[in-house]
Design a protein around this ligand. Structure first.
Ligand code: FAD
Length: 458
């Protein structure tokens, strides 16, 4: 084991970020040890945890390309061209995400993705230690203790890189040493996963190349396809009622019978697709959702946090993993380009913290868009104008979703421009029910005045 040697690094957590970061650093010649609390998923099966599948977008793909892992991941992925919106009454409608099939997102299975990245990390030369959960850190002695096989194992370290997720133990150990300014903002909404299995003939039961949404105002269901031709359905709603309306919540929808009644009333077209609704509802836990904000991500050159350990976010922009993957590339680059680790960690934090904060805010906003606005006529009109302005001002007016999903401009820039663009869209469509009444000269002038052309190498 590399221990305290100056070219060695210790990663805590071999989840999505940990395995990718190990690959990137080992490829750059670092000696990398990774300690993971769970068993090796290649031997014992993937132990699950959070969502079963995830949406992979350009930022994440770019990072996977840097680790030579993109092709292997895309082989197992299902393309999603847009959101298929299922209104309460009426036919589902596909709203494309981008201009064509070069602008799509991909549904990937978390377990398969994690195994691909663990294989890549080992192939690059990293050493993985499974069944080793970080328990405590002695920063003075520069040793970390991990629990596994009913024993405590103590190992020296040069620096610790925290990829141990939202409930990070490394973060707690760092906070015991220095206040990190940690705040957790609970959303008050939770989620439950259900399944649409394959059809009898082995095919998909509904359109496979889409992210399905059943928006219902203050709650919603979504479904993402898997390459095994099933869909993972996620029901999002409030954990508790506030007495101000009749909306369902996990307190009032507590039993399998309550779940059936909710689906009969609000998700009638989804109900026949989920034959084991009662079983899934009873077996699967309610996941909770929060935004984690820290003032500091690193302790000198001793330890640094990234991914969910530094900035967990609500999942409504499908960017938590994508952002964590961007972090990995940024941190590996900072480590390579700075003389010391303390400088590298400080540069990483300075570069990434504003962007993490921006995508956290956009993820919160996107819950409202997904659950409420995607079938709202005013919003749909603003979206048509957004597309028209993209055609009229290429490279200058770029839809919000495209800046976040298909480009790699900093999230903070995407947020700033989205705010300007939204004000233009709302003002130009106010009181209209079609684009016929738009004052194009005024809107074009506003776009030219308020938005500079955007350079992006993505
Ligand atoms: C419902 C839901 C849907 C989501 N959908 C999307 C999506 O569509 N697109 C997207 O980009 N993101 C999505 N996300 C976010 C995404 O899951 C996370 O951002 C991503 O998993 C973060 O990766 P990570 O490696 O930082 O943390 P994790 O994936 O949580 O990995 C942490 C790893 O550390 C290990 N570990 C924990 N404690 C210890 C310890 N003490 N010692 C050693 N190891 C430890 C864990 O076992 C795990 O392997 C979603 C999240 C949720 C909850």
């Amino acid at each position: 084991m590399s221990g305290t040697d100056q070219r060695s690094l210790t990663i805590v957590g071999a989840g999505l970020a940990g395995a990718l970061l190990a690959t990137l650093l080992a490829q750059r010649g670092w000696r990398v040890d990774v300690f993971e609390r769970r068993g090796d998923p290649r031997l014992h099966g993937y132990a699950g945890g959070r969502s079963i599948n995830l949406a992979l977008a350009e930022r994440g793909l770019h990072a996977l390309r840097a680790a030579d892992a993109a092709d292997a991941v895309l082989k197992q992925a299902v393309m999603m061209r847009g959101r298929m919106v299922h209104p309460l009454h009426g036919q589902p409608q596909l709203q494309r995400y981008g201009r064509d099939d070069s602008e799509v997102i991909w549904s990937v299975a978390r377990g398969e993705l994690n195994i691909t990245l663990i294989d890549a990390a080992e192939a690059a030369g990293a050493t993985l230690h499974f069944d080793r959960g970080l328990e405590s850190v002695d920063f003075d002695a520069r040793t970390a203790s991990y629990r596994g096989d009913r024993k405590l194992h103590t190992h020296p370290f040069n620096a610790l890189l925290g990829c141990d997720g939202a409930g990070s133990t490394l973060r707690a150990q760092m906070a015991a040493r220095r206040d990190l300014g940690e705040r957790t903002e609970w959303l008050g909404h939770g989620y439950k996963e259900l399944e649409i299995p394959p059809a009898r003939d082995g095919g998909f039961r509904i359109e496979p190349n889409a992210l399905h949404i059943w928006p219902r105002g203050r709650y919603m269901c979504i479904a993402l396809p898997n390459d095994e031709r099933n869909f993972t359905v996620t029901l999002f709603m409030a954990l508790h009622g506030d007495g101000s309306n009749d909306d369902p919540d996990f307190d009032s929808v507590a039993t399998a019978a309550d779940a059936r009644a909710l689906f009969e009333r609000d998700f009638a077209d989804a109900l026949p697709l989920i034959p084991e609704l009662e079983r899934d509802f009873e077996a699967n836990p309610i996941g909770s959702l929060a935004t984690l904000r820290l003032d500091r991500w690193h302790l000198g050159g001793d330890a640094v946090l990234l991914g969910d350990a530094a900035h967990a976010m609500v999942p409504f922009h499908g960017q938590g993993m994508n952002c964590a993957f961007e972090d990995c590339v940024a941190l590996a680059d900072c480590i390579e380009s700075h003389a010391g680790l303390a400088e590298a960690f400080a540069a990483f934090e300075a570069a990434r913290k504003p962007d993490a904060s921006a995508i956290q805010d956009m993820a919160l906003e996107n819950y409202i868009e997904m659950r409420d606005l995607v079938d709202d006529p005013d919003f749909l009109l603003q979206q048509s104008l957004e597309r028209k302005l993209q055609e009229r001002h290429p490279g200058r007016f770029i839809p919000h979703y495209s800046m976040v999903t298909f480009m790699r401009i900093p999230y903070s820039v995407a947020l700033e421009r989205s705010n300007v663009q939204r004000a233009i869209l709302v003002a130009a469509t106010r009181g209209l029910d079609s684009l016929d009444g738009v004052d194009w000269a005024a809107v074009d002038a506003q776009v030219e005045r308020q938005l500079t052309p955007l350079a992006d190498d993505a």
